[in-house]
Design a protein around this ligand. Structure first.
Ligand code: ADP
Length: 393
């Protein structure tokens, strides 16, 4: 039996096919730049790679192309279910779930809080229902893992009347935080009781995890809160919105748009949202690249230290996502900031991304350690889907 995983983002759609019982990956791919003349689908499988331009294609056309490619490869035979990444399931969804009318309603209700993310997720579900009628569809929510947060973590200190609008902290990237925390437990056992996981991609968030349960996280009502990111500012004084709007002539919505799309590494460096480009510019002594990197690491280190408070200490810090898995100088700078907590970098292990020591990049002494663990959200979605759709043995 096989599981197809679909992850529809705002202008991209990722997919992967897994063997349901072993978790072995049989194919994966990405349709990107959707809605533009450069839209393109690329895929790989053990027998090779492929690519197909899809000029002007939006999600639905791209997903039809994905299904055609997978059918040609014989990978749509024996599908047991389809797992969908869904960004926001609100406070109601605490676990992954088979898609029913009620679940569809919850995903639609959450469009108000995640207007960029939930609609493409819903397109993926609808199309999969049309192309594979009768096959179970499973929704795996980015927010679900964080629903174990206590009220002191999810409540904002704001007027209670706003509860009626759904104002609270939800947290995101839950599928990734859950995957790497399970992997840390597999590797470290009881020594991974108190974890902070740092998912650092284009979006960035960190999470405090006690014995496998999320206790607190840096993203909030929307993915704008918390760490500095590629184009997002992360946390700023909320009074800044009105202050800048008054002086610039922008509306509040336009200022918030700039905090989402023109801030972070891009806004501070003035060069790029892509850390690789910013690091190259900093090495060349270009403009404001260095301060952008220093700000990124200082904010991240402060957040990690803050997340150790609800945990009552720290056993392990996990780096993941494109930056966490690859950017050695970022990891080194963060660990340097956190030296007072007992973390000491092993420069050789960090250079090899921890591969020589089962992920570890700190020295092998008693006390907290740091690890690099590659995330695999698609595999986590496939596992959840298999658990819900395969007959229990
Ligand atoms: P997404 O959130 O879109 O999945 P990724 O997890 O792929 O993004 O992370 C993208 C980020 O990772 C970019 O800022 C990119 O520059 C950074 N990155 C990827 N590889 C490296 C590398 N070798 N060194 C530094 N940064 C890297």
């Amino acid at each position: 039996m096989r599981i197809l995983v679909l992850n529809c983002g705002s202008s991209s759609a990722k997919f992967a096919v897994f063997e349901a019982t072993t978790g072995q990956e049989l194919a994966n791919g990405l349709a990107q730049r959707l809605g533009s003349p450069q839209a393109i689908l690329a895929w790989k499988h053990p027998g090779g790679v492929g690519e197909e331009p899809l000029p002007g294609a939006h999600h639905a056309a791209a997903l039809r192309a994905v299904v055609r490619v997978l059918t040609d490869l014989g990978l749509t035979e024996g599908l047991a279910g389809i797992g969908h990444r869904v960004v926001n399931g609100g406070a109601q969804m605490t676990t992954s779930a088979i898609v029913t009318r009620e679940i569809e309603q919850i995903i639609s209700d959450c469009v108000a809080i995640s207007p960029l993310h939930n609609p493409p997720n819903m397109v993926g579900i609808r199309l999969a229902q049309e192309l594979f009628p009768g096959l179970p569809q499973v929704a795996v929510f980015d927010t679900a893992f964080h629903q174990t947060m206590p009220e002191v973590a999810w409540r904002y200190p704001v007027p209670r009347e706003w509860d009626a609008y759904g104002v609270r902290r939800y947290g995101f990237h839950g599928t990734s935080h859950r995957f790497v925390s399970q992997e840390a437990h597999r590797r470290l056992g009881a020594e991974a009781r108190r974890l902070v996981t740092a998912h650092l991609g284009n979006g960035c968030s960190a999470c405090a995890i006690l014995e496998g349960r999320s206790l607190d996280t840096t993203m909030g009502l929307t993915p704008l809160e918390g760490l500095m990111m590629g184009t997002r500012s992360g946390s700023v004084d909320p009074a800044l919105v009105g202050f800048v709007a008054e002086r610039s002539g922008l509306t509040a919505a336009e200022v918030i748009d700039a905090l989402n799309k023109k801030s972070g590494l891009l806004g501070v460096s003035g060069i790029s949202n892509d850390l690789r480009t910013v690091m190259a510019a900093a090495s060349a002594g270009q403009g404001d690249a260095r301060i952008a990197i220093d700000l990124f690491t200082a904010i991240l280190a402060k957040a990690i230290a803050g997340l150790a408070v609800p945990l009552g200490g720290l056993d392990a810090l996990v780096f993941t996502g494109g930056i966490g898995e690859n950017a050695k100088p970022i990891r080194a700078a963060v660990i340097k900031h956190l030296g007072w907590m007992g973390l000491t970098l092993d420069a050789n292990l960090n250079d090899g991304h921890g591969k020589a020591a089962d992920g570890r990049i700190t020295t092998d002494v008693p006390g907290p350690r740091a690890l690099v663990i590659p995330t695999n959200e698609e595999l986590m979605i496939a596992r959840d889907t298999a658990a819900l759709v395969l007959p229990r043995r």
